[in-house]
Design a protein around this ligand. Sequence first.
Ligand SMILES: [Zn+2]
Length: 188
Amino acid sequence: MKNSPKTVWNPERLDARAFAQAAASLEATLPLSTFKRLHAEAALDGVASTEPVQWQAHGEMRDASAGGAPAVWLHLQADTRVPLTCQRCLGPVQTPLAVDRWFRFVADEAAAEAEDDDCEEDLLALEPRPNLLDVLEDELLMELPLVPMHETCPVPVKLHAGDEAGGGVAEGEPQRKNPFAELARLKK
Ligand SMILES: [Zn+2]
């Protein structure tokens, strides 16, 4: 959408009301390293390059259901793939992350806190102006799986480490004498 070429929207300090009133859109492709917290979650050993984060935002004014003033809404979408550590084979697993979320804006953070319990949608404050990249990163971090794992690991999973640990514990375990062997010895 290039309806408003004179206006340059700053995603790091968005005038969300003007953005919605203009029904404006923003889109960008940014390297994963832009998102420091997300980048820190990535398993980068043996990964030649990471995929960028593609995102877009769209503003919209919507009539309030209760007949109040029209509300400021923002649609935020993002797609990327992040290498995470597979919890089975410990290799990198490319994990798709997608964000597709609507936010309603309220005047400020106090209003957002006051209303948050009463409504289902996500709220953001108009002031101070939000950094969409931070909002986006929060959403991407929430999409991270608790236990990243390949559907099928690319290499056979090695069980030797576990076997050795088990053997080690057994050897150091003094009560591991076979009670029946002991009984047989006493009966002699
Ligand atoms: Zn794996």
